[in-house]
Design a protein around this ligand. Structure first.
Ligand SMILES: [Zn+2]
Length: 284
């Protein structure tokens, strides 16, 4: 069943677990995430970035995720990850996405508020009230085409409280020391900053850049209010690893279903492991 992220994240917040949000790039990855969610009885969020939808269109990805949701025994959300403009967010909303992120984190505070509020106004005004995720502070590294280089300022807890109040956003991605992409060392998460944000912000918090973060740090983040945990890079790595390995062993094969199924298995294995770490298993 296709649902909005609101009900899933509120339940996660109440019961102190997190819902995994997995970036899907193609039908194989949608199938892999679906299989993992069904086998572990986990609610799940499938998401695409603007860079991904540029490849085949929001309609193509929505149709794929919606088809998976229709046959699923678990609730599935179709989420826009890192919506980079008002136009992109509204496009995904009109396509049928059931959760929208608008990322104005690279803008000055007031401009981020204005952009986020404008998207919230649209998404909350339809016949279905679609929840909006916003971002404040800078998650480092490279997400899609958005590069945050150099310093990696943490989200200011006071600003976070004001931001949520003024924008009416439904969940908030915060910068607490994680980065997008592949980590060069072990990431240093500031649990002090997270605790302060958690104290003053009562909507679900979102952890970005989680690929490569040690399990115990992720578990601690979840216990401190992170209700949605994003994974992108490691799914790409898993899929490509599965396909490559099969093709190296079977260089003569030219049937995409054959090597694709190995990509699916690797992604499914990875996603299942993540669902166990964030505690979403058995909640459906
Ligand atoms: Zn992100």
């Amino acid at each position: 069943m296709l649902v909005t992220s609101r009900e899933l994240l509120i339940d996660a917040q109440k019961n102190k677990y997190a819902v995994g949000a997995f970036n899907v790039e193609n039908m194989d990855m949608v199938l892999a995430v679906l299989n993992a969610a069904e086998e572990t009885h986990s609610p799940v969020i499938m998401q695409t970035t603007p860079g991904t939808v540029k490849y085949a269109g929001t309609d193509m990805y929505f149709a794929n995720i919606n088809a998976a949701a229709k046959r699923a025994s678990v609730p599935v959300v179709c989420h826009l990850d890192h919506g980079n403009s008002f136009g992109m967010a509204v496009k995904a909303f009109h396509t049928g996405y059931t959760s929208i992120m608008i990322d104005g984190s690279k803008l000055p505070f007031e401009e981020n508020i204005a952009l986020t509020k404008s998207v919230v106004d649209v998404c909350h005004s339809g016949c279905i009230n679609i929840p909006v995720e916003a971002e404040l502070g800078r998650v480092g590294g490279k997400e899609d085409e958005l590069v945050n280089s150099g310093n990696n300022p943490y989200t200011d807890p006071k600003e976070a409280a004001e931001f949520v109040e003024r924008t009416g956003c439904d969940s908030l991605a915060v910068a607490v020391g994680t980065a997008h992409g592949v980590y060069k060392g072990v990431p240093q998460i500031s649990f002090d900053v997270l605790a302060k944000i958690h104290e003053v912000v009562n909507i679900p918090l979102v952890l970005h850049g989680t690929s490569g973060v040690p399990d115990e740090q992720v578990i601690k983040c979840v216990s401190m209010g992170m209700c949605k945990v994003n994974y992108a890079t490691d799914l790409r790595i898993a899929y490509t690893y599965g396909v490559k390995k099969y093709m190296q062993e079977n260089p003569g094969v030219f049937d995409p279903k054959k090597y694709g199924s190995y990509g699916i298995e690797e992604v499914k294995r990875y996603v299942t492991g993540r669902m166990k770490v964030i505690g979403s298993c058995g909640h459906i």
